[in-house]
Design a protein around this ligand. Structure first.
Ligand SMILES: Nc1ncnc2c1ncn2[C@@H]1O[C@H](COP(=O)(O)OP(=O)(O)OP(=O)(O)O)[C@@H](O)[C@H]1O
Length: 416
């Protein structure tokens, strides 16, 4: 990945939340939101609060907080446990008034999906998460950005936007036929596989030109070699393979990082998704990271199909053990592998209207989501139903405003 020069320094909104470290600084587990006591909700099924007492105190079984900062309800961890949290927003009452603040646990790793139809606020909410993770010591966000709407994150301390490039070695030899759209069981695909394997085992660093030279020297029919060369030309046109690309491990802990995949063809986007998801997992399994990465993926359906599917499946099923968190945002939950929703301990659902998408969510999370889920999902930009596996409840929230600029659009609901 190479750092992208941004046209001008993105504007940073003044913070609306009062954190001890300031809106854009790093914070640790202390402070008004850093060591919040989780409060039990103990409710199964969806729960939208009445206003009145709930509007100021949140759930009716939540004790009122007499301190200046109301105690946030923390999603994703057992009530009473401590540690840093991401300030997501506030409970939303039926009359539209907001209640107690709501946070998401950052003390341990999580797997989550963030869904909603177009324009309901998915990317924006993902950006809120990125800001909060960036502001917390011990965790670090890496945003996969296929639309180029997360540039504002670069305004955070140490923030950066990287052009999506990958080292050829980050893709194992058996994946190269698929990436090059060659059948591994046919001579060209099998030749490419063998050649990449040989180059990777050799003394020189794997690069597209090293692979090309090895193809030219291979003992194979000229027509087979020509086919492979033509397909390698297509890969080279993506302009994402770079033998000097930094390792995925170096992205973790290097400040909030946005990997800009805009204008890449879908196959290249998947290759980037594969390299990052697999690289982050392998790095953390190796136990070499002091910082827990959060991989935040926008338009996740673009990454989770085909080549990258296995790598993301691994993150959803086994990523938490080595400390990797993943949150995938999509307008089409029905296009995600079912395991992504069923293995998520955090589900943030903005409005969905397509029955297939509502079904995909309900079927994978039957314990918490009712049959009338489609009617329960809140209408309105920035409003979401949040399912919390740890406290076994579902709550309606209003997501807070961003501190950084979102995708060049107005960051305010009232401006719309
Ligand atoms: N919590 C919020 N507070 C204020 N404004 C918001 C909030 N959430 C979303 N918005 C505004 O709503 C608009 C749409 O949000 P966003 O781009 O996140 O939608 P989306 O669901 O990702 O849409 P798409 O699927 O088209 O990418 C943006 O202009 C954003 O500024």
């Amino acid at each position: 990945m190479t750092e992208r020069d941004l046209p001008s320094s993105p504007h940073v909104r003044s913070g609306t939340n009062s954190r001890s470290a300031g809106p854009l600084g790093k914070r640790n587990g202390s402070g008004p939101f850093g060591e919040a006591e989780g409060v039990s909700c103990g409710v199964s099924g969806t729960h939208q609060y009445d206003s009145g007492s709930a509007a100021t105190n949140g759930p009716s079984d939540v004790p009122s907080d007499v301190s200046s900062e109301p105690t946030p309800h923390v999603l994703g961890r057992e009530p009473g446990s401590g540690g840093p949290i991401a300030r997501l927003g506030a409970f939303l009452a039926r009359d539209g008034s907001t209640g107690a603040p709501v946070g998401i646990d950052l003390d341990g790793p999580h797997a989550g999906v963030l869904v909603g139809k177009r324009g309901t606020g998915k990317s924006y909410t993902l950006g809120v998460l990125a800001e909060e993770i960036a502001a917390t010591v011990g965790v670090s966000p890496i945003v996969l950005d296929p639309m180029g709407v997360f540039e504002g994150i670069a305004a955070l301390p140490d923030g950066r936007v990287l052009e999506a490039t990958i080292h050829p070695e980050s893709l194992p030899p058996d994946r190269w036929p698929e990436i090059a759209r060659l059948d591994p069981d046919r001579p060209p695909g099998s030749l490419l596989w063998r050649v990449v394997e040989a180059v990777a085992d050799g003394s020189s660093r794997t690069s597209l030109s090293a692979i090309r030279e090895a193809i030219a020297d291979a003992d194979a029919p000229a027509a087979t070699k020509r086919t492979v060369e033509n397909h390698l030309d297509l890969l080279a046109a993506w302009d994402v393979f770079d033998a000097d690309a930094p390792s995925v491990g170096s992205l973790i802990g290097g400040g909030p990082t946005v990997v800009d995949c805009r204008s890449l063809p879908p196959a290249a986007t998947k290759a980037i998704g594969y390299a990052l998801a697999r690289g982050i997992y392998d790095h953390c399994v190796g136990g070499t990271s002091d910082v827990q990465p959060w991989l935040l993926v926008d338009e996740a359906h673009a990454f989770l199909e085909g080549l990258a599917a296995d790598a993301f499946r691994t993150l959803f099923t086994r990523g938490r053990a080595p400390g990797v968190s993943v949150v995938c945002a999509t307008q089409r939950p029905s296009a995600l592998p079912p395991v992504a929703v069923s293995q998520s301990d955090l589900v943030i659902a903005h409005r969905l209207t397509d029955e297939r998408d509502v079904d995909a969510l309900r079927v994978a999370q039957p314990t918490y989501l009712a049959d009338d889920l489609g009617d329960t999902l809140p209408a309105g930009v920035g409003r979401a139903l949040v399912v919390d596996d740890a406290t076994e409840g579902a709550h309606t929230v209003r997501v807070r405003e961003r501190h950084t600029v979102h995708g060049g659009a107005s960051p305010s609901v009232s401006d719309r």
